[in-house]
Each structure stands twice: as structure tokens, then as C-alpha cells.
Design a protein. Structure first.
Length: 464
């Protein structure tokens, strides 16, 4: 029993010398309410996949059967509801339970990475730097007090370091606007060199530049790509499907290759592992949500490690006379879209909803191939691994894009639009409304309310 811990720490307990447990289990609801707790399982080979979880449950069922526990499968059957596993755990011999203060060991591990990365012989390599942490009352407070401060960093101004599953200040989620704004205000108020924002179990993070500018989503991937390509020139960066055109240009400008894959951090990480087995050098796999893994860190989805690499890079930049603001020093050439919209279109129907969504996507592909309803400046992307993405020529070298895909978990069609011209996103939305209004006999109903409101009276993007 480690007591309060983080998801990356649980995995590292299977790796670090002197521990190397056969397995570890993290109980967390992440940024969701505390009653949504779930389990993450780890061995030295990594986190358990769906097939692994199925095997664990099958094993529990076999054990129950061996002990004469009958499963009726009927509603209300407490055995079928999982009571067997719970009862077995509660009745276990108390002498089998041990405690281990592992978080200090893990914190020392992170401190060692920073010391090695910064270089020199000082035990206080962060002395003279002010680095603040917003843990959002999740599990990341240790990073300020047990990692940064012992290395000499001034952490005054850090906030919400104490764990509280009610999240009284803001949701600990780098995708959440309120969380990022709180982090930016923290940096501005404390005049820090760098700010770090964690999610609850610290498998995600974002950072804030000394200027107070947020570095999350595409900007965070760009920063981590810079770091990876500095150490591994020419490497491939795998991301999810909703990254910007500008990120691709940024990675290519650094000499790297951008492999845009699917949503879902496990999808992104597993694709990087797969490419590595095929002989493709792939050092970074990262999703716009803040989930990120590096090959040199056991392909672990690890917000703390990403933060460590950003701390090292900030110190490097300062030592090289480039200042302490990561945004201006590294990301000045990264363009941001003028407009960015996302629509989550609810899908319902009496028949197979998932099959209906697949049919809609098939129709969308055919519509694009047929000329997108007269939009001759729309070009389908050559590589699509999730839904269909189209590149939109907006004139004078400016490019927008739209992506229609199925949600990973819910009966939703997700539509993302970005534009580099004023009003461009609405014009794209209006053109896409034309597609949805024509329909394709998919046998499902799509709630287009928000899309229709956004498109409004915009002129469809029929010609450039």
C-alpha cells in the first residue's frame, strides 16, 4: 500500500531498482468526480490493455467457480456484480498487507533526471529559478515540494497542492479553460519563470511560459517535439487526429516527421511502439489532451516526465542566453489558427447507431471525393486513420481544415474546424451543413442544432 500516489509512480514501482514489483494498481477517477473511480493496472511491460483486463476478469471468474461461487447472471445477483472479488479482498489475511513509502523514491528519481539533464555538479541546479505548480488539489503537489524545491527552485506562489477529491478550486485538467487560466494567473502573479499544471493523477500536464502564455494542446506538442528533435534529429512524432496544420509545419521545419493518427492516448502511444518495431525512430507520442509518452521513458504516459523535460529545457535556454520564456524562445514560429470550433453532434436511432455513424462517414468521404458540393478548394487529406479530414485553401497561403470522425466512446459525430481567416470557420460550417441536410440514408438522426446556429447566415464555402 503506497497511500496517495500518482499513475506514473505506480508504473515506475515495477521498474526502479530495489522495488520492481510484479504489478501495481492505481485507483483514480482522474479529473472526474470521486464516485467515478476506476483501476489502472501495470506491470514492467506497461499498462494493461482491454484484452489484459478481460483476462484478469476471466481469471477472477474462474477462481470464483473453483471456490463454488455460482453466477446466475440475473439482475440483482450480487455475486455477478463483483461482490466475490470485493469480499475476497476484505477477507484477505491482514498480515499480507504491507506499506511502502514509494513516492519519496519516485521523487528522487525525477530529481536525478533533472540534475543529469541540467548538468554540472551542483546539488541545487534550479537555484535562481522560480517554478510554480498548480496541482488543482489532485496528486501533483509533491512535484513542487519534493522535486523542485529540494533542487533549489523557488516554488512560492504554487497553488492547490493539497489533495482534495472535491476539487474546490478548479478541475485539475490541462484541457479545462478554467484550470489553464488559473495556472496562467499563478505565473503572472508570482512572476515565475515557468508554471506547471497537472491533472489529478499526473499522467497529463501542461506548462505556462514566464510571459503567462499557456502552453497546452498543439503548443505543448510543439514544445515537446522541439525537445525530442533536439536530442533525436529526424525522429517521428505521433499525435492524435485533431492537431493543427501549423504543428505539422513546425515539426517539419525542425527536420522531423509528423504522423497524425487517432484520438485516444493509448492509440497514439501504441502506434509509436508499432512504428518502432518496424524500424521507424519514434521518440515522442503525444495527444492534444496533454497525454504524452517518450521512448526514453519506457513509453509511459507521464505528465510529470513531460514537465521534467520542460524544466530542463527552460534551464538550457537560460544558460544559452536565450531567456527563460519557453514560448518566445521556442514557439515564436508556431502559427495559431485564427478560429477553432468543435461540434459534438448527438446521434440517435432505432437501429444500429454505430453502424449508422459509419455509414455517415462513408457518405462524407464520397461527398468529398465528388467535389464537396462545389467547394473546389477543398482537398481530402491523403492519410486518414480516423474519420475524414479535408484541407481547405483559404487563399494567400492560408489553410484551414475540417475533420469529421466518430467519438471513441459515445454515440456522437465529432466535427473539428480550424481557419486562418476571419469568418472562415463559419463558412466551412455552412458548407458542411449542406452535406448533412442532403443526408445519405444512414438510418440515424443527427442533432445539428449547434452546427446550424454557428453556420447561421454564413455563405457556404463553395468557391474560393
Amino acid at each position: 500500500d503506497f497511500g496517495p500516489a500518482t499513475t506514473p509512480a505506480m508504473f515506475m514501482s515495477c521498474i526502479l531498482d530495489g522495488h520492481q514489483y510484479d504489478g501495481a494498481v492505481m485507483i483514480t477517477a482522474s479529473h472526474l468526480p470521486f464516485h467515478r473511480n476506476g483501476f489502472k493496472f501495470f506491470t514492467a511491460e506497461g499498462g494493461a490493455e482491454k484484452a489484459d483486463i478481460a483476462a484478469i476478469l476471466a481469471g477472477a471468474a474462474e477462481q470464483a467457480e473453483a471456490e463454488g461461487i455460482a453466477f446466475s447472471g440475473e439482475p440483482g445477483d450480487q455475486q455477478a456484480a463483483g461482490a466475490f472479488v470485493l469480499t475476497s479482498a476484505l477477507n484477505a489475511d491482514p498480515s499480507l498487507r504491507n506499506t511502502d513509502e514509494f513516492m519519496p523514491v519516485y521523487s528522487a528519481h525525477l530529481r536525478g533526471i533533472i540534475k543529469d539533464g541540467v548538468g554540472g555538479d551542483s546539488d541545487k541546479p534550479l537555484e535562481g529559478f522560480k517554478i510554480v505548480v498548480d496541482a488543482g488539489n489532485g496528486g501533483g503537489g509533491y512535484f513542487a515540494t519534493d522535486v523542485l524545491e529540494p533542487l533549489g527552485a523557488d516554488i512560492s506562489g504554487s497553488q492547490f497542492l493539497d489533495g482534495d477529491g472535491r476539487f474546490p478550486n478548479h478541475i485539475p485538467n490541462p484541457e479545462n479553460a478554467a484550470a489553464m487560466e488559473a495556472g496562467c494567473n499563478m505565473v503572472r502573479t508570482s512572476k515565475a519563470d515557468l508554471g506547471i499544471v497537472f491533472d489529478t493523477d499526473v499522467d497529463r500536464s501542461a506548462v505556462v511560459a514566464s510571459s503567462g502564455d499557456p502552453i497546452n494542446s498543439n503548443k505543448y506538442i510543439a514544445l515537446m517535439s522541439y525537445i525530442a528533435l533536439r536530442d533525436y534529429p529526424g525522429t517521428t512524432i505521433v499525435t492524435d487526429s485533431v492537431t493543427s496544420n501549423a504543428l505539422t509545419d513546425f515539426i517539419k521545419g525542425l527536420g522531423g516527421r509528423h504522423f497524425r493518427f487517432k484520438r485516444g492516448y493509448k492509440n497514439v502511444i501504441n502506434k509509436g511502439i508499432e512504428l518502432g518495431k518496424q524500424g521507424v525512430d519514434c521518440q515522442l507520442m503525444m495527444e492534444t489532451s496533454g497525454h504524452g509518452a517518450m521512448r526514453q521513458n519506457h513509453y509511459l504516459d507521464d505528465g510529470a516526465y513531460s514537465a521534467v523535460r520542460c524544466v530542463i529545457e527552460m534551464v538550457r535556454q537560460a544558460k544559452e542566453g536565450k531567456g527563460r520564456d519557453l514560448s518566445s524562445a521556442i514557439l515564436a514560429d508556431l502559427k495559431e489558427p485564427l478560429e477553432s470550433l468543435e461540434y459534438r453532434l448527438k446521434v440517435s436511432g432505432d437501429e444500429d447507431v454505430m453502424g449508422g455513424m459509419a455509414k455517415v462517414l462513408e457518405c462524407f468521404h464520397d461527398w468529398l471525393q465528388a467535389g464537396a458540393g462545389g467547394a473546389n478548394h477543398w482537398t481530402p487529406e491523403e492519410e486518414n486513420y480516423e474519420g475524414w479530414r479535408v484541407s481547405i485553401d483559404e487563399g494567400e497561403g492560408r489553410r484551414g481544415w475540417a475533420l469529421l470522425r466518430a467519438s471513441l466512446h459515445d454515440p456522437l459525430l465529432v466535427l473539428n474546424i480550424e481557419s486562418e481567416v476571419e469568418g472562415g470557420a463559419k463558412r466551412t460550417a455552412a458548407q458542411l451543413m449542406n452535406f448533412f441536410m442532403v443526408g445519405c440514408g444512414a438510418g440515424v438522426d443527427i442533432d445539428l442544432g449547434n452546427l446550424a446556429m454557428s453556420a447561421g447566415d454564413a455563405t457556404p464555402s463553395e468557391t474560393r
